[in-house]
Design a protein around this ligand. Structure first.
Ligand code: BG6
Length: 502
């Protein structure tokens, strides 16, 4: 959440330097920051990995990722050589404590060259099981005791359940102070997610109606049209509830439900979010059936292409009970939201890629219009589309042009994409810049992570204890299992699907 400052001199070490996240997301993000003049005057990036690369071969590999995945297609090569001069490759095994001197050597070299002590940032873009051992070895380095300039960035998943997340937090806290630990949830860096704060807290008109007196219910959909994308091994230990609800969806829910912050101080914002998580009603295990639905996709047709079911995917147990779809209903027990259901859903191989939030308002209290005029009357609705559409839309009634008084629902839309276009930074750009600045507002604090796990643990434990009898229970290209429709229909509602992106 930058204002207009460029960060101080920084050295970034990316563990998993030859991996997919760096190739697709981190280097394209750093390169875009460089093109937009956001990188510090003095910076160095070192990719760390076990695969052998010369610096030249490493640059070529990264450029390939930039060409394929950067938001600036085609225009990027002009400054690549200049950028690449700041990038090197350190071949080392993260398990080998004796190799860590390579890190301190590079920092020392840059310090001498630049004449300042730089920020030192360790980005752990590695499999979760490698995090503790790398963190421990880093913790033994003297530079890590410098709380103001050394930071560690940890990717999700943060733990596998409440207990393991708690243990990981304790382990990290033995080596790093909380202000040094940046737990990434990339949804928080998305432009349209940050825009929720602007919509709610920079405008006078929404806040007075943003509560149980006016809002009937809220829906959050994070639908994916893609399947596993080769991540069978990871997903078998995760599932949709862990992969998407525990983090991304609950974070969005917090932004929608939080109380107005007093300031944009990182802890103030995070306190307000933790309040929401703590206020989410805990469901008991015997209520899980009424509050949550799981699904797993079968084989079938996906946009005209034949695809296999989840259980036939590579790296997946043929009897797997893992959820590739999850839907849930939450209540927030506080003054503002008492009695307002929040319905959330996510899944792989769904009909469209679409992440959106809908605030469904209550019906108008009195219909003064003749019955015929109001046949198509619909209650007001505010929709915030996060991706791929980036817009905010308000539905209200308008008179249909003509001699009769007939009312139709119409949408008034602010198209964020039209104003931002290719200038809108990717989530990782925003988040990497924040790490260099030391601004933790958009990162998860340890108590946030714990609180989010506490919300979903009863569901996870119940699902793990009871094998699903009906898996696979939804077809590719659908909107998930019928039970998800039943979950919301029991309260008299239906899921809102928006027209696909053009
Ligand atoms: C990741 C999940 O955190 O988010 C993936 O692990 C998921 O399974 C991805 O596909 C979705 O991110 P986005 O930005 O494409 O919505």
């Amino acid at each position: 959440m930058q204002t207009n400052k460029r960060p101080p001199a920084s050295v970034l070490f990316i563990f998993g330097g030859s991996g997919d996240l760096n190739y697709r997301k981190l280097t394209p993000a750093l390169y875009n920051l460089f093109l937009d003049n956001w990188m510090p005057d003095q910076f160095a990036i070192a990719g760390i990995g076990r695969s052998p690369y010369t610096n030249e071969a490493y640059h070529e590999h990264l450029l390939d990722g930039v060409t394929k995945f950067s938001r600036r297609k085609g225009k990027q090569n002009g400054h690549w050589t200049e950028f690449a001069q700041h990038v090197s490759y350190l071949q080392m095994d993260g398990d080998d404590a004796a190799a860590y001197h390579k890190i301190t050597d590079l920092v020392k070299q840059k310090e001498e060259e630049w004449g300042v002590h730089p920020n030192v940032i360790f980005y752990l873009a590695v499999a979760p099981q490698l995090v503790p051992s790398i963190a421990q070895k880093l913790g033994a380095l003297k530079i890590c005791s410098d709380k103001s300039t050394t930071r560690i960035v940890v990717e999700k998943p943060f733990g596998h359940d409440l207990e393991s997340a708690h243990k990981l937090n304790i382990l990290l806290s033995e080596m790093f102070a909380e202000e040094q630990i940046f737990r990434i949830d990339h949804y928080l860096g998305k432009e349209t997610v940050q825009n929720i704060l602007a919509l709610r807290f920079a405008n006078e008109i929404f806040e007075p109606i943003w509560n149980r007196n006016y809002i009937d219910h809220i829906q959050i959909t994070a639908a994916e049209s893609v399947g596993l994308e080769g991540r069978g091994g990871y997903f078998e230990n995760a599932g949709a509830l862990r992969d998407m609800v525990q983090n991304h969806i609950l974070q969005i829910l917090c932004m929608i439900a939080m109380e107005p912050p007093v300031s944009f101080d990182a802890n103030e914002i995070r306190n307000k979010k933790v309040d929401v998580l703590n206020a989410i009603r805990r469901i008991t295990k015997d209520q899980v059936h009424d509050f949550a639905v799981r699904g797993q996709y079968s084989g079938g047709w996906k946009k005209g292409e034949k695809v296999v079911g989840y259980r036939q995917e590579q790296g997946v147990d043929p009897q797997s009970a893992i959820d590739t779809f999850a839907a849930a209903k939450f209540y927030i027990d506080n003054w503002r939201w008492q009695g307002v259901p929040f319905y959330v859903r996510t899944g792989k191989y769904l009909n469209q890629k679409a992440t959106h939030i809908t605030l469904q308002f209550k019906p108008a209290p009195h219909y003064a219009f003749p019955k015929e005029a109001a046949e198509t009357w619909r209650s007001n609705r505010l929709t915030i589309s996060i991706q791929p559409n980036m817009d905010i839309s308000i539905r209200f009634q308008a008179k249909r042009p003509g001699q009769t008084m007939t009312l139709d629902p119409v949408d008034m839309t602010f198209d964020y994409d039209a104003v931002a276009g290719e200038h809108a930074p990717e989530a990782y750009e925003t988040l990497l810049l924040d790490v260099m600045e030391g601004d933790a507002t958009l990162f998860m604090r340890n108590d946030q992570v714990d609180a989010a796990w506490k919300v979903i643990m009863p569901i996870l434990e119940t699902w793990e204890a009871r094998s699903p009898q009906d898996f696979p229970n939804y077809a590719p290209d659908s909107w998930g299992p019928d039970e998800a429709d039943a979950l919301i229909a029991r309260d008299g509602h239906t899921w809102i699907n928006l027209p696909p992106a053009p």
